[in-house]
Design a protein around this ligand. Structure first.
Ligand code: SF4
Ligand SMILES: [Zn+2]
Length: 326
């Protein structure tokens, strides 16, 4: 009903606090997933096959003041912990750069608000590549302070054209991604690629190779345009009501092992700043990549530590005799 929807519209879809790394320094990151009317690409469930963000969308038009309340409530939460947040990931259920999902007025107000938080050094937004345009990026940058970095995240998922376009239904040709990165260059914006580890159809070994290859391909593209970049790996987890859940239930999809994530990090950490998204945003019902009962927690802690320190040696100290090691 309307009242419920109205209240939801003032509550973010998800909030988390994690480690991150800015220019080699470990910092605290606040991640907010803004609740909107949903992803325009996913109307009639025709969007990306692994995405279930639609469940969090609301039906009534979201007002700018409500969106502001969403952010304020997340900021209030971390203020009570007294930790200094230096990076804010302002994510949405779709694209921050599409006017049909996020109004220019909100973009303006929220970036101005963030520009007034002295500790915040970096702001991350995300968008489908097709909505990336120079004016919009420049506008957002101008709302921020000169010393604040704006980083644009795009769900690249994999550089394998078949997997990305046919299996994941991303609707993003590589050339569109390249154009978006070129625009980042011209707008003085950093780039972040979200890459999956464990796309369906791949064996565990192939999934490792695909993630490594994709990271190298993204790095090449960013080097070509001299755009500072970060790779954010997303080990695949199972969310409700998706095609992937069906496959998982039929035992046609197996979650990857956390040791495979470690192997991907070993093979890619030299490329630049690497981050592993370990949050399932409360969506998986515990169906997330693990090691075994002996090592899962240790591995999760080490990966979270790696996100801050970028020190690959942290994994050398973990030995598990029960798990296959690559
Ligand atoms: S992954 Fe992004 S673009 Fe794809 S359906 Fe989900 S929100 Fe939309
Ligand atoms: Zn183990």
């Amino acid at each position: 009903n309307y009242q419920e929807q109205r209240e939801l519209a003032q509550t973010p879809a998800f909030v988390a606090q994690t480690n991150a790394n800015i220019n080699g320094r470990k910092v605290q990151r606040l991640m907010i997933v803004l609740r909107t009317n949903g992803c325009s690409y996913d109307k009639e469930k025709k969007g990306c096959t692994m995405c279930d963000f639609r469940k969090h969308a609301i039906d009534i038009p979201v007002e700018t003041t409500w969106m502001m309340s969403q952010v304020e409530s997340a900021l209030a939460k971390v203020q009570s912990t007294k930790e200094q947040i230096e990076q804010i990931d302002l994510l949405t259920l779709g694209s921050f750069l599409y006017d049909g999902e996020i109004s220019p007025e909100f973009r303006h107000r929220i970036m101005k608000r963030i520009s007034q938080i002295p500790e915040v050094k970096k702001v991350v937004i995300e968008s489908r590549a097709t909505y990336v345009n120079l004016e919009r990026l420049v506008f957002i940058k101008q709302c921020l302070r000169k010393d604040q970095i704006l980083e644009l995240g795009i769900g690249v998922e994999t550089s394998n054209e078949y997997l990305r376009q046919e299996i994941l239904r991303k609707g993003m040709p590589w050339s569109t991604l390249e154009k978006a990165i070129e625009i980042c260059k011209n707008a003085d914006v950093h780039f972040q690629a979200y890459l999956l580890i464990g796309t369906q159809k791949l064996s565990e070994i192939k999934a490792i190779e695909d993630a490594v290859r994709s990271a190298e391909d993204v790095a090449d593209l960013c080097l070509k345009y001299s755009v500072p970049f970060k790779i954010a790996f997303e080990p695949v987890f199972i969310t409700k009501g998706t095609l992937l859940e069906e496959l998982y239930t039929k035992k046609e999809y197996k979650l990857i092992n956390l040791w495979s994530v470690v192997e991907v990090l070993r093979r890619t950490h030299h490329l630049g700043t690497i981050f592993v998204g370990m949050s399932d945003e409360g969506l998986s019902d515990g169906r997330i990549p693990e090691g075994c009962t002996l090592c899962t927690q240790q591995l999760r802690d080490a990966i979270e530590e790696f996100n801050g320190s970028q020190d690959i040696k942290i994994f050398d100290s973990i030995i598990c005799n029960q798990c296959t090691r690559w």
